[in-house]
Structure formats: structure tokens, C-alpha cells
Design a protein around this ligand. Structure first.
Ligand code: KIV
Length: 261
């Protein structure tokens, strides 16, 4: 699977993406036909036990990206640029991205809108596919005042829409929309030509992503309202839960209105 194949698949059917941190799950996701695997810095929370993604290092991301790439060499793999590894300058972002690509990533993901435009343009003009991430950006949890829905008022919604348009113009090849109203995500998805991948952003995105542990019902506290536990309702194993996620996203049965803002 290449980025251009994913982009054209997104015009025909919703894309499926899950976070993945190791080789065994990567191999299982490949068998279940998950379109793209995201080595998310959420590993800081679900694997390492931190309260936020902020302590995750570039070395951590390189290690987990290499594990995932060994488990699913034919799948499309995105890797998160962790906090502090790209915000200083486009040059810093290039060095960090190169290390993730050398470990097996096909695309890097970074968080933020307008302040990231120069970096997105710098990376994409140097052959590094970039996935943007707007709405709830977990690396800014302290600036945002918590893990809260974004884009509630008209001004914020317009800013997120404008950021998404500018990120596409700067060269982003895909964009994650996290925890924003379904109507806003639908408007962004209609406006952009690159695939929009929603998490807590309603059914009208071009694809859906969930944190693997969340969709397997492995959580420490209360999961976000947009999560569905795919291990319920007679599901007898993890591979079946992954296959059900694929079926339900492709058939537009997930997310339902109860998983959206
Ligand atoms: O790190 C992560 O898991 C993510 C998803 C929330 C999209 O960025």
C-alpha cells in the first residue's frame, strides 16, 4: 500500500487505521486488512503508563516504528513525531522524520495548524510524506486545558477549517481530525482533497482511526465517549475485533451518532 493508493482508496471507501506499537499486533492488523498502521505517541500513555504523550522520546518512536515495520512490512505505516522533536525548526523536523523513515515509516504525523505550515512545506518538498493533525492535539494538552472537544464555537471552527486548508496547500498528504464536531469534520472533508481521518469526528470523514487499546476495551479509567469497545457482543478474539472494526468502518456502521460530538 502506498500513499497514492491510500488516497485513491479513500475516494471509493472509508479508510481504516489503528494505532500499533509492536510486531505481533502489526502482523495481526495486516491479516485483518487494516489499511494503515499508526505508530502513535499514545504509546506514552497506553504502553509506558504516562498521563500524557509528552515524555515520549524520538528514540522510543524509532524503536516502536521498527517493531511495527518488522511485523507488517507490506502495510502503510505512519509514525508520530513526538513532542519536542520537530517544533524548534524545519531542520529539526527533517532530522527526526528521516530517523523515523529509516526505521520503517512511510509517512510522519505532526500536530498543529498555522505554526506548522512552514515545516509541512519543508518536509513535503524534500520527499517526506506528512500527515497533519488538528482539533484536539494531545501534545498541547496543557495549553488546551485538558483533553476536550475543540471547534465548539464559530471562531474556533473557522480556525480549524482554515488550518486544514492551509496544511493541505503546504503539502500535507493526509490529516487527522480529533475530537471536533461531526458537522465541522464533514465540512473539512468536503473542502479538502486529501483524506481526512477522524477520531471522535463523526462518520463523514474519509477514514477512521482508534487507539488499539481503547478499541480492545483496555483502559485505565473512563474511555473517551467516541470509543467503541470491539471486544464485546460475542467477539471471541482480538483478530475478530480487528476484522469487525474494518467491516463496520467500511460499511459506515462505525462511528455512530453516539460516538460523535
Ligand atoms: O498517538 C495517537 O494515538 C494519535 C491518534 C489519537 C490519532 O495520534
Amino acid at each position: 500500500m502506498t500513499l497514492s493508493q491510500l488516497q485513491s482508496l479513500a475516494r471509493r471507501e472509508p479508510l481504516t487505521m489503528l494505532t500499533c506499537y509492536d510486531a505481533s499486533f502489526a502482523a495481526m492488523m495486516a491479516r485483518a486488512n487494516i489499511d494503515a498502521l499508526l505508530v502513535g505517541d499514545s504509546l506514552g500513555m497506553v504502553v509506558q503508563g504516562h498521563p500524557t504523550t509528552l515524555p515520549v522520546s524520538l528514540q522510543d518512536m524509532i524503536y516502536h516504528t521498527a517493531c511495527v515495520a518488522r511485523g507488517a512490512p507490506e502495510r502503510f505505516i505512519l509514525a508520530d513525531l513526538p513532542f519536542g522533536s520537530y517544533q524548534a525548526s524545519p531542520g529539526q523536523a527533517l532530522e527526526s522524520s528521516a530517523a523515523l523513515m529509516a526505521a520503517g515509516a512511510h509517512m510522519v504525523k505532526l500536530e498543529g495548524g498555522e505554526p506548522m505550515l512552514e515545516t509541512v512545506s519543508f518536509l513535503s518538498r524534500r520527499g517526506i510524506p506528512v500527515c497533519a493533525h488538528v482539533g484536539l492535539t494531545p501534545q498541547s494538552v496543557h495549553a488546551l486545558g485538558g483533553y476536550k472537544m475543540q471547534g465548539k464555537n464559530v471562531g474556533d471552527a473557522e480556525r480549524i477549517l482554515n488550518d486544514a486548508v492551509s496544511l493541505e496547500s503546504a503539502g500535507a498528504g493526509m490529516i487527522v481530525l480529533e475530537a471536533i464536531p461531526a458537522k465541522l469534520a464533514a465540512r473539512i472533508s468536503e473542502t479538502l482533497t486529501i483524506p481526512t481521518i477522524g477520531i471522535g469526528a463523526g462518520a463523514e470523514c474519509d477514514g477512521q482511526v482508534l487507539v488499539l487499546y481503547d478499541m480492545l476495551g483496555i483502559y485505565w479509567g473512563k474511555p473517551p465517549g467516541f470509543v467503541r469497545n470491539f471486544m464485546k457482543d460475542g467477539v471471541t478474539g482480538i483478530e475478530m475485533a480487528l476484522r469487525n472494526f474494518v467491516e463496520d468502518v467500511k460499511a459506515r456502521r462505525f462511528p455512530g451518532p453516539e460516538h460523535a460530538y
